[in-house]
Design a protein around this ligand. Structure first.
Ligand code: PHE
Length: 334
């Protein structure tokens, strides 16, 4: 498995650190800096083996490269995984987070991090004690705060755009949505959907908002919905699952396109000093981007995943000078 991981990795840098005291492994995966310094969340999780933690980080970081490219943000793709043997208590958590902060700081701004599964704006405050390379600290500490409401809002706009493409109307009234996972993002999405008039159970739309890999060989034949549109990263277990969804007549909103709201929040508010209005406009833009790539998918008879991959590849190619590898603008951070 480890061999396969190394052989299939098409990214730039992986930094590995081990904490002998707890047995935790830290993986900072920098997939691409073609568009700028790498950005990506820090995920704190138990995995069956550290290799699986690394594998998660590698795949997630590649998703971040495409996410920033499609969202039009001048950042590269990265992800950090803190692979723990058990979920730490508060003091141990603080120790691990500070250790991770030192690791991130040692990279000198090549990688900037943010909240992800099991980490929050409060953890970003702790990291900020040691490094400036963090997004989404609490507002009290000068950051843009929890990005989850923005991720949820972006998914909401994405669901409306998907409904419009599948049924000819973005209206949520009378629609049923099944939200899987009511964590930081899913919970807020439910409120937005109810506000839009939807019933939240089974289902015109399936919204995966928990962990990855839920769309697979076994689950897809059992789906009874017209649209899959949710916030989880790495929803497809394998690339062929995009084909399986298309063949089942299900419109799939590619995960890294529809879930870019958190990244737009952290980077837009903190680096570009967007107003809330600008942020909301950009979150609505997620719906527009999806509509565009759905239309391309129809016209070219390709999967929506392929359509998104092409859009990302075009953006990445544009950044590349005629010769040699691209280097993004060195954005100063704070
Ligand atoms: N967890 C967020 C995501 O997967 C990461 C993120 C948030 C990155 C905010 C940058 C800024 O998109």
């Amino acid at each position: 498995m480890f061999d396969d991981l190394l052989r299939t990795w098409d990214g730039e840098l992986v930094v590995v650190s081990h904490d002998p005291e707890s047995g935790a492994w830290f993986f900072v995966c920098i997939h691409s800096t073609a568009l700028g310094p790498a950005g990506g969340g820090t995920r704190l999780k138990t995995y069956p083996t550290p290799t699986e933690g690394l594998s998660d980080g590698l795949r997630l970081s590649a998703g971040m490269t495409r996410k920033f490219a499609v969202a039009g943000l001048p950042y590269g793709g990265g992800k950090a995984v803190i692979c723990v043997q058990e979920m730490p208590d508060p003091s141990e958590r603080r120790r691990l987070i500070l250790r991770h902060a030192d690791l991130v700081d040692s990279l000198g701004g090549t990688f900037l991090t943010a909240p992800d599964v099991n980490t929050s704006e409060v953890d970003m405050d702790v990291m900020a004690e040691r490094t400036p390379y963090v997004f989404c600290r609490t507002p009290a500490n000068g950051g843009s705060g929890d990005p989850s409401p923005s991720t949820a809002r972006g998914v909401f706009h994405g669901i409306c755009a998907s409904l419009n493409h599948a049924y000819g109307s973005p209206d949520l009234t009378g629609r049923t949505v099944l939200v899987q996972g009511v964590g930081a993002v899913g919970r807020r999405l439910v409120f937005d959907l109810l506000g839009g008039g939807a019933t939240v159970i089974e289902c015109d739309v399936f919204a995966p908002c928990a962990l990855g890999g839920v769309l697979n060989e076994r689950s897809i034949p059992r789906l009874r919905c017209a649209v899959v549109a949710g916030s989880a990263n790495n929803q497809l277990a394998s690339p062929e699952d995009a084909e399986r969804l298309t063949e089942a007549g299900i419109l799939y909103a590619p995960d890294y396109v529809i879930n870019a709201g958190g990244a737009l929040h952290g980077i837009g508010l903190e680096v570009f000093k967007w107003t809330q209005e600008t942020l909301e406009r950009r979150l609505q833009g997620i719906g527009k981007t999806l509509t565009q790539l759905f239309m391309t998918a129809d016209a070219e008879e390709i999967t929506t995943e392929e359509s998104a991959a092409r859009m990302a590849a075009e953006r990445l190619a544009e950044s590349r000078p005629a010769e040699g590898p691209a280097r993004g603008p060195a954005l100063t951070h704070r």
